[in-house]
Design a protein around this ligand. Structure first.
Ligand SMILES: Cc1cc2nc3c(=O)[nH]c(=O)nc-3n(C[C@H](O)[C@H](O)[C@H](O)COP(=O)(O)O)c2cc1C
Length: 354
């Protein structure tokens, strides 16, 4: 199963293995650098059927850090296009590439993980952040501005503009980042959304902004262009998004033409109680798989090829994404093919590997 092809809308993907989006915090004012070139070239020939490019901010204030990739001007667009072309030049012709479009909302203007991951201090050139409500992520984090209707319209337009640029650059697929506590997630969750207008309160109202972003992007792309969302299966909190709210959101996404979901969790609160362990989020993907008709991607500590293959065979998900496994072993797919006795093309330069 792991090495069987799959379609997302009209996109043929040669196998079920996805490189999960991974921020590299190595850009300069939204523009990719040599670090991204080597990172994405290496992952380009990894053998994964789909390589996702990291969370890419649709506007400058939507970056998590000063060093996040963006797609909000021609410099960003040019760098993404050149990097994608380089990655494609070493990948097999069937490898597909997707981009994750994001807005960090109240989790913007922070330090890189290796610099502390806290809000930028006055000396670190911070910027004002926005969110559904004026509630900070944690103590000592920036207090975001509650978005006005004008902000809401602007951010929707920014997602649309970034999606059009992504298509022009040559990406095969677009993913909207709807989880990990970033802006769309902040609207969906009653923990971070205390609005009293039509964008807050009931689940129907809290879903409104993420669904509007999705449908505006969808309407701007050619018919059938592969488009999905990364969503929150649960926030692992008493009063947060749980499995049933997540499913209702997923079903609404399906109604408006969502082709696939990647089901993740948490990220909107500082200390969620997550039962971390192998496959700890797979059951959340399975809920979506059983109750929707979209292509469903599972993610989270999936590292063993035999177990990954089994979860697909048991129809718990349609695809698997991996992040950290690819950081420790960019040849994971080649090794998995050996374990599962499957023949896959590798670059001829490396054909004599052991
Ligand atoms: C270095 C790093 C950067 C990440 N950046 C992103 C990102 O840009 N977008 C996103 O949705 N998830 C991001 N994640 C989360 C991963 O995509 C993935 O969901 C998570 O690491 C769990 O999968 P794993 O156990 O295979 O690593 C990142 C994870 C890592 C380790």
């Amino acid at each position: 199963m792991l090495f069987s092809p799959i379609k997302i809308s009209n996109l043929e993907i040669p196998n079920r293995i996805v490189v999960a989006p991974m921020c590299q915090y190595s850009a300069v004012d939204g523009v990719m650098t040599d670090w991204h070139t080597q990172h994405l070239m290496q992952l380009g020939y990894s053998g994964a059927g789909l390589v996702m490019i990291e969370a890419t901010a649709v506007e400058r204030i939507g970056r998590i850090t000063h060093h996040c990739v963006g797609l909000y001007n021609d410099f960003c667009k040019k760098s993404l296009k050149e990097t994608l072309q380089k990655a494609k030049s070493v990948a097999t012709s069937t490898t597909t590439f997707g981009i994750q479009l994001a807005h960090a909302g109240r989790k913007a203007s922070t330090q890189r993980p290796w610099e502390g991951r806290k809000s930028l201090t006055e000396e670190q050139d911070p910027w004002s952040t926005i969110s559904a409500s004026s509630i900070p992520f944690d103590d000592h984090w920036h207090i975001p501005h509650s978005m006005t209707k004008k902000d809401i319209e602007r951010v929707k337009m920014k997602f649309v503009q970034a999606a059009i640029m992504s298509m022009e650059i040559g990406f095969d697929l677009i993913e909207i980042h709807g989880t990990h506590g970033y802006l769309l997630h902040q609207f969906l969750s009653s923990i971070s959304n205390k609005r009293t207008d039509e964008y807050g309160g009931s689940l129907e109202n809290r879903m409104r902004f993420p669904l509007e972003v999705f449908s505006d992007v969808k309407a701007a792309l050619p018919e059938g262009f592969p488009l999905g969302m990364r969503i929150t299966g649960t926030e692992w909190e008493q009063d947060g998004i749980n499995e049933s709210e997540a499913l209702i959101f997923a079903q609404n996404l399906q109604k408006i033409g969502c082709h696939y979901l990647c089901v993740s969790s948490g990220g909107n609160t500082p200390n969620p109680k997550i039962p971390i362990g192998p496959h700890y989020q797979v059951h959340l993907a399975t809920i979506m798989k059983k109750n929707t008709d979209m292509v469903i991607r599972a993610v989270g500590m999936i590292t063993d090829p035999v177990n990954a293959d089994k979860l697909l065979l048991r129809q718990e998900a349609d695809m698997i994404a991996m992040a950290r496994a690819f950081l420790s072993n960019p040849r994971w797919v080649w090794d998995a093919a050996k374990v599962l006795k499957y023949d896959i093309p590798v670059p001829p330069q490396y054909a004599r590997r052991l």
